[in-house]
Write a protein that binds this ligand. Sequence first.
Ligand code: NAP
Ligand code: ZN
Ligand code: ZN
Length: 347
Amino acid sequence: MIETKGYAAQTKDTPLAPWSFERRELGPHDVQFDITYCGVCHSDLHQIRDEWNNGIFPMVPGHEIVGRVVAVGSHVQKFKVGDLAGTGCLVDSCRTCENCQHGLEQYCLNGNSQTYNGLEQDKKTPTYGGYSNTIVVHEDFVLHIPENLDLAATAPLLCAGITTYSPLRHWGVKPGHKLAVLGLGGLGHMGVKFGVALGAEVTVLSTSPSKEQDAKALGAHKFIVTKDPEQLASVTGYFDFILDTVSAEHDYNQYLALLKTDGVHICVGAPPTPSAILAFSLIPGRKSLAGSNIGGIAETQEMLDFCQDKNIVSDIEIIAINDIHTAYDRMLKGDVRYRFVIDMATL
Ligand code: NAP
Ligand code: ZN
Ligand code: ZN
């Protein structure tokens, strides 16, 4: 077994603290890479607090993982020692169901293996994430990371990047479309970058007036403070799509009113509490309320290649791992500019 150092929550009520555990010896198709950087996703916070009621403890969070390959199994074809490598939210899936066969491992019908707070395909071995020094993953779930991009700023592409890229591609966002990005945090700022790169007119809908300059610098064409009723009313019936990245309870009906006829409100933000939706928020304009979960492995590689071509990375603040709780506190206040990334050398 491979001795591994990490940071874990032992229960939903205990803070993250150093913890040692073992990763499996390399199988013939496994890649081991030492973790250089790991992004901090709001999902890490939801899960260590068990807000989604599916926690497996001890929990080592982290699913925006990049580093360099240090060992490969005897049959590995896609990687060699020294290559940059990355892993996002998935480390395996059944590979045989209809969705897996179509590159939709995120919707595996037999249950995929999340990178942490999940189980391997044996359905009993827990998975541990990227707040750690090294990881072993089947080569089919390891991504090639572009060498020309800043490595730390590339880590968040593995979740915040693919989670916003995938729905924009699925719904065919293109020039002529008006896209709103609701919430300017880790996911939201990537949604702005991708929306702009795909040629849409992008508006940020934010509770934080102080983020206006940043939104414009990210390429957004408009900025609306959602707490200001007049500003909000000025975009009634305006958008083709709303990409909703909000992590906390909010009133969907209020935002559905901003869609055009046939508009789509796409939920990627995952508040832990249920919401009341009025059917009449959808009926008059034949509107859709939809959701989207990360992206498949092939699409994640496509997104990374797109970022390489367009020179897109995340805007980040690098932290030491013992600052993780301060980072979480700031994240809860909406004060992320725009993704925390842990320098794993500080472990
Ligand atoms: P984040 O960096 O904390 O950003 C969330 C943003 O939402 C905040 O910066 C804030 O932006 C806005 N916000 C927060 N509370 C709000 C409230 N009460 N009302 C309105 N706006 C509020 O979080 P993240 O990492 O981007 O993640 C966002 C959500 O997506 C989380 O729930 C996460 O679990 C989920 N997620 C889903 C997937 C998926 O596959 N579907 C993948 C990754 C993450 P403003 O200051 O601009 O208002
Ligand atoms: Zn995430
Ligand atoms: Zn499957």
